[in-house]
Design a protein around this ligand. Structure first.
Ligand code: IPD
Ligand code: CA
Ligand code: CA
Ligand code: CA
Length: 269
């Protein structure tokens, strides 16, 4: 992607993310229509849908040849990342949005022929914007994020994962995952994949492990994490399928390596 064009796209993307976030903040206490999708805990609100429509409208008007892959179905039907594709989660962490009115994010990743070029993750209520352009480092607001610390060990790491890994599950023996939790310094569950990626990039989580995510959950995060030297794979250490669902593992390279080798590989079903 030409650098000038990329700058221009980034400029618009940033403006729209901040504008969408502002609308959400200003209407956070308004009554919400809450529906469910695949199960009673899989929530969707009018805000998820309206925010997605906001992006579709802006993108289709300004860049009519760009495509959109997004959660709530107002984008394009896509089975490859050919061309310029915006991968958008209008609200990542809808349950947090509904129940807590915080700890949710807007996530926008822009890919050119499958290569992640621009990533933005906006923690709306904290007004914290994480961004990256491929090859130019990652930022939190105006501050450049440092490359991940060398020589990090699991025993001093904080890992993002949820309790389901510790219950019987279809992917990894829960006893092995219990060992992982005991070996790490600590664990956290934030409930927004995009924010957990941002925290890995920021160096405040050394890893984040999750059973099933879609491209819009991770598209921006992968670009941002990559810029500070983090690694994103599926839980077997293989490349992510960017047009499907994956069990995702993002982290500091040393910790990522250790967790796959000493834990997941030993307990993988
Ligand atoms: C969800 C969040 C959550 C993760 C779920 C995702 P949504 O996204 O990222 O943290 O555990 O798997 O689906 O539905 O709130 O955009
Ligand atoms: Ca959802
Ligand atoms: Ca999501
Ligand atoms: Ca969402």
């Amino acid at each position: 992607m030409d650098n000038l064009i990329r700058e221009e796209i980034f400029h618009y993307a940033k403006e729209w993310v901040l504008e969408a976030g502002n609308i959400i903040r200003n209407t956070i206490d308004d009554p919400l229509e809450i529906g469910t999708k695949s199960n009673p805990n899989d929530l969707v609100t009018t805000m998820d849908k309206n925010t997605e429509k906001f992006f579709v409208e802006k993108i289709k008007t300004t860049f009519p040849d760009h495509l959109l892959l997004s959660e709530e179905g107002f984008g394009d039907e896509i089975d490859s990342l050919d061309g310029t594709v915006w991968i958008i989660d209008p609200i990542d962490g809808t349950m947090n949005f509904v129940q807590q009115k915080r700890n949710f994010a807007i996530s926008v990743g822009i890919y050119q022929d499958g290569v992640g070029e621009i990533g933005l993750i906006y923690n709306v209520m904290e007004d914290e914007l994480y961004t990256a352009l491929r090859g130019e480092g990652a930022f939190k607001g105006e501050k450049k994020l440092s490359p991940l610390k060398e020589g990090m060990i699991l025993e001093e790491s904080v890992i993002g994962l949820n309790h389901l890994w510790l219950c019987e599950n279809r992917l990894v023996d829960e006893k092995v995952m219990q060992q992982l939790v005991k070996t790490a310094r600590g664990t956290r569950t934030y409930g927004s994949a995009a924010l957990e990626f941002a925290y890995v990039a920021e160096g405040i989580l050394e890893g984040y492990l999750t059973m099933g995510l879609s491209p819009w959950d991770i598209a921006a995060g992968m670009i941002i994490v990559n810029e500070v030297g983090g690694v994103t794979t599926n839980i077997d250490g293989d490349p992510i399928n960017m047009v499907g669902r994956n069990a995702v593992f993002v982290g500091h390279p040393d910790v990522h390596n250790r967790i796959i080798k000493d834990f997941i590989a030993k307990g993988r079903k």
